[in-house]
Write a protein that binds this ligand. Structure first.
Ligand code: GLN
Ligand code: ZN
Length: 762
């Protein structure tokens, strides 16, 4: 029986890589210094894994930006627009080309756009999307993997296992940049280069190689299945004396089980955290000789492994295939875990005893092997920790459980239907046609960030902090009045982050000091940890919203984050269904909505920015998810009066297959991101005859560019052709916190002018 790891966080235990990359981009350190730092992180990671007793240790999982971009560079898949970065400009290196692809290149008279970035399957990690042309050629370009393998082998010998994204998944996660071909058809060209790479690694002494094919746990077309069969047969016929492991994760193999277990490979890795039920099917179908890697330790969460449960899976597997064909592993790469729990010195010891970060997860993998071999002490100790969490009264709050249980019997619909509410709200608010508003936040300037930092370090008093925030709020209200917006917001200056702000005030959440996880490039996030039943001890936003409301005669919109978004951007407890946790958060937000209504706030927005990204990977699971996600949202707005207008906001609005669920949310007004797609994304709402009011974003807040009023009138005209003009609102695509003030002021002024002009035309 072996142990293995699939990938380790590369940001460094103190986010050293983030700082080094940013310093390199700013010209503050040399390439040599950056590479030195990279080497020291790799060395530390190898030692950590070696000491943890891992038998197969990944290499090439290190990356200066993104492992999918590394693949593109390895395979020589470099879009033509970057050619000048290497050929025309002296002094540029492969690393500069690499960062140019990741971040764009605006130097030396060149202005080359970055490659697109998108979410890695259902994670919050973003990868750089490979670009393909119909005649795409591949050949080894970057030598990074060979260098890193040599380095790893030097220390680890046969334990060093190079990791690559598999060929079919590499094509799958990319995008055609030309019409008239299917990128999966490039597999024939691509796989020859994989053979070269594998053979070169073998010559360097590699005995194992891990090819990640996460697409094996997705719904696949016949073409994609054929490509998988073709690719692995092609490789098997051309390489020998090296063991190929295919790694799948984030979902079960389901109908791809037969395909996966019959690939001509040495080992298959499956994720038993996300899809425990697949073990049975896989054991049923597994052919003699195939080694099986059991993904038992959750690579996507922070909880201690339940050894007894894991042992159950191990025993089942041993019964069927014996222990010499088994490998024990985390469920997926530990890239998605924070690095080291030991650094959490401020966390209380009880909560700490329930958790495991990447470093601790390696120990769990080793201990699972020891327990399988008969070590009972470890099992007993683990049982205690699991029991302490399960039975803790910090985790369980009977009142909350009771309230959630009662939901099923409570009517969560609004009192009246939308048409009735619309009528009442129109009389109450007397807004013009095409009312203007924004999504909530205004620029979080350096001043505001420094203010918060100084407050956290106790350099200023709470009173000074609040006074400064109040002034910022007053200023932004005055400006919104002057520029002529119809529905104002308070600007969200008091919020560090739209999830953390609420988590900090709710019971059942805890926060780490160093629990960083890479989100993209040098950007890391520190998700809150939901460890217990969620409840709301006191009002969270009422003070700020009513303060803002008192500063103006205009309408002030109250701003809340919705349950699914809070869930999606946190580490969530694994001892109950996500659905249940969502309902608990929903009840807390519901109480806040009612408190705002009681305080006289007539318009309340419940942001569900992340509802779309929470969609499960498998289509068969969409309906279940959407049903509870919509229900959670509706709980937040249930019980409010007809005259209270509930808004919601969603980022990224590709709603084609889920529009009926979006409609079921029954928000009085929904604002969505549509400007970059030139209103194309509205089509789904139009075809569905979406009945409620809607604000399709008419300018892209992701860029500093100031759109003209004419452009925005054109977009509004388009929107008015697709949807009833009487239901339209005018707003930007999303919140403005990442923008600077000058462009924000100019763009909003143009937006208001556009609305005024459109009112005359539409
Ligand atoms: N109200 C939030 C803001 O404006 C919404 C942000 C989001 O959708 N990501 O910042
Ligand atoms: Zn948004």
């Amino acid at each position: 029986m072996l142990t293995q790891n699939l990938g380790y966080p590369r940001i460094g235990s103190h986010r050293q890589l983030k700082k080094a990359c940013e310093n390199y981009w700013a010209g503050k350190i040399t390439l040599k210094e950056l590479h030195q730092l990279g080497r020291s992180i790799r060395e530390e990671n190898r030692n950590t894994q070696l000491q943890a007793g891992i038998d197969l240790i990944p290499c090439n999982d290190f990356s200066y930006y993104d492992q999918v971009l590394d693949m593109s560079l390895l395979l020589g898949n470099i879009p033509e627009r970057y050619a000048p970065v290497l050929s025309q400009i002296k002094g540029n290196t492969e690393t500069d080309l690499y960062f140019a692809m990741a971040r764009g290149y605006q130097q030396n008279g060149l202005d080359i756009t970055a490659m697109e970035m998108t979410k890695w399957l259902d994670t919050n990690y973003h990868y750089i999307v490979p670009e393909f042309k119909s005649k795409q050629k591949f050949s080894i370009f970057s030598e990074k993997i060979f260098g890193e393998f040599a380095e790893a082998r030097h220390l680890l010998g046969n334990k060093a296992k190079p990791v690559l994204l598999g060929p079919v998944s590499y094509l799958f996660v990319g995008k055609e940049k030309q019409e008239g071909f299917n990128r999966i058809d490039l597999i024939k060209n691509l796989v020859t280069v994989y053979v070269e790479i594998i053979n070169q690694l073998k010559q360097q002494g590699a005995t194992w190689i891990q090819l990640d094919e996460p697409i094996l746990s997705l719904d696949l077309s016949a073409k994609e299945k054929d490509a998988l069969n073709f690719a692995y047969r092609y490789i098997a016929n051309r390489v020998s004396d090296i063991k190929i492991m295919v790694a799948t994760y984030f979902e079960g193999l389901l109908e791809n089980t037969h395909l996966a277990v019959n690939l001509p490979i040495a080992a298959l890795h499956i994720d038993l955290v996300r899809a425990p039920e697949q073990l049975e099917d896989v054991l049923e179908a597994i052919p003699a000789g195939l080694q099986l890697s059991l993904g038992l330790v959750d690579g996507r969460n922070v909880w201690k492994n339940d050894y007894e449960r894991s042992l159950g899976f191990i025993k089942k597997a041993i019964e069927k295939i014996g222990d010499d064909r088994l490998i024990i592993a985390p469920s997926c790469s530990l890239l998605h875990s924070p690095v080291d729990l030991e650094l959490e010195t401020a966390l209380d010891s009880e909560a700490k005893s329930w958790m495991a970060f990447a470093k601790q997860k390696l120990d769990e993998v080793r201990e699972l092997k020891l327990i399988t071999k008969g070590n009972t002490e470890l099992l007993v100790a683990n049982n205690e920790a699991i029991k302490s969490r399960r039975n803790s009264n910090r985790v369980n709050n009977p009142k909350v459980a009771k309230r959630v249980a009662a939901i099923t019997t409570v009517d969560i619909d609004r009192a009246s239907d939308f048409v009735t509410r619309q009528h009442i709200q129109r009389q109450r608010f007397a807004l013009p046609a095409l009312p203007t508003t924004t999504i909530g936040s205004f620029p979080q300037t350096d001043d505001i960030r420094q203010l918060r930092a100084r407050f956290k370090k106790a350099e200023i008093t709470e009173d000074e902090y609040e006074q400064a925030l109040k002034q910022a709020t007053i200023d932004v209200i005055r400006w919104q009045e002057e520029v002529g917006l119809d529905v104002l917001v308070h600007g969200e200056f008091e919020r560090n982050d739209m999830v953390e702000y609420f988590g900090e005030q709710l019971d059942g959440f805890l926060f780490t000091k160093n629990g960083w996880v890479q989100s993209y490039g040098s950007r890391c996030v520190k998700p809150p940890v939901i460890y217990g039943d969620v409840s709301r001890p006191v009002d969270m936003t009422v003070k700020w919203i009513t303060f803002a409301d008192q500063q103006t005669k205009k309408l002030m919109k109250g701003m809340l984050t919705g349950p699914v978004t809070i869930l999606q951007w946190s580490f969530v407890r694994d001892d109950q269904e996500r659905e249940t946790t969502a309902y608990q958060i929903a009840l807390a937000i519901h109480d806040e909505v009612l408190a705002l209504e009681k305080a006289g706030i007539g318009i309340i927005q419940v942001d569900e920015a992340a509802i779309r990204e929470g969609l499960p990977l498998r289509k068969s699971k969409h309906r279940h998810y959407l049903t509870w996600a919509v229900k959670a949202f509706k709980i937040t707005a249930s019980g409010v009066k007809d005259e209270t207008q509930i808004h919601t906001h969603m980022c990224y609005s590709e709603f084609n297959n889920i529009i009926e669920h979006i409609a079921q949310m029954d928000a009085d007004v929904i604002t969505i991101e549509t400007s970059r797609s030139q209103m194309e994304l509205l089509q789904a709402f139009a075809s569905f005859d979406y009945p409620n009011e809607i604000g399709p974003g008419i300018y892209d807040i992701h860029s500093p560019r100031v759109p003209t009023a004419e452009e925005m009138v054109a977009l509004l005209t388009k929107a008015a052709e697709l949807l009833p003009p009487k239901n339209l609102w005018v707003n930007p695509d999303c919140g403005l916190k990442t923008r600077k003030w000058p462009e924000t002021k100019a763009a909003i002024a143009n937006m208001v002018a556009a609305a005024r002009e459109a009112r005359l035309k539409i």
